[in-house]
Design a protein around this ligand. Structure first.
Ligand code: HEM
Length: 223
């Protein structure tokens, strides 16, 4: 039975480290048109056909900022050793998004309050703080890493469609983002290396919810 147990502990990517396990689960939750490794049926409305308004894009930024604010305040204030690695990683997006919202204000837009997709996600994340803090790492990973991959591609398309190609600060990092991501991957692996299998699994199980909540925020654009 010890052999069986060892086998059940093996997960795709686990030989490399926990971030590879999280990536594997996340990639499978993409549709086939979104990413090569995706396994889900093609979306009804592919990104190339999204036709949001400028106001929709602004709401998308506001809701995104609401979620980044939660993560960045949480990481900054957390006394939990588990999260010391995730303060000031270089991936922080709140200062950049503040500049982008000012860009809209300067052009006469009224910046709205966060809408339901953003507030519902933050409410859910808050509910994890006490009961399942490990699960927050999965949400953090997916939210920040998704933005550097599909999120950047979506940003380029939207800015061509709506803003004459203006590049928002949201898509600029102070250093080469690939380099930051590599450093963060190491930190995630270090953080999770001694987690028991069931804690890792609980964390991996959050990936689906992470996609659903991010999906509702992307819903501001997918119309
Ligand atoms: C990676 C597209 C939504 C999480 C990727 C990659 C692409 C992509 C092209 C890169 C694959 C590679 O490394 O070869 C998209 C598109 C999306 C979308 C087009 C929506 C329209 C999401 C969502 C999440 C997510 C909602 C989760 C909240 C991730 C993660 C990675 C990834 C964690 C791995 C990043 C890395 O390893 O650096 N996505 N994605 N994606 N995506 Fe998405």
């Amino acid at each position: 039975s010890t052999d069986l147990h060892a086998q059940s502990d093996r997960r795709p990517g686990s030989h490399k480290g926990f971030v590879e396990e999280m990536r594997f689960v996340a990639m499978r939750l993409h549709t086939r048109d979104q990413a090569k490794e995706g396994t889900l049926e093609e979306s009804a409305l592919p990104i190339q056909e999204w036709r949001p308004t400028q106001q929709d894009y602004l709401q998308f930024l506001v809701d995104s900022k609401h979620v980044y604010e939660f993560f960045e305040n949480f990481m900054e204030q957390s006394q939990d050793n588990m999260f010391v690695n995730f303060k000031q990683t270089g991936l922080e997006r709140v200062p950049a998004l503040e500049q982008d919202l000012n860009w809209f204000r300067q052009r006469g837009f009224t910046v709205p309050e966060p809408a339901k997709p953003g507030t519902a996600y933050v409410d859910y994340l808050l509910s994890l703080v006490q009961d399942k803090p490990h699960a927050l790492l999965c949400h953090w990973y997916n939210f920040y890493f998704a933005h550097t991959a599909g999120g950047r591609m979506i940003g380029r398309l939207m800015s061509k469609l709506l803003f004459d190609g203006h590049v928002f600060e949201f898509y600029k990092w102070e250093r080469d983002v690939k380099e930051i991501l590599d450093q963060v991957r190491v930190k995630i692996d270090e953080t999770a290396k001694d987690w028991p299998r069931e804690v890792k699994d609980d964390c991996l199980k959050e990936t689906g919810l992470s996609f659903s909540y991010s999906g509702t925020i992307l819903g501001h654009l997918a119309k």
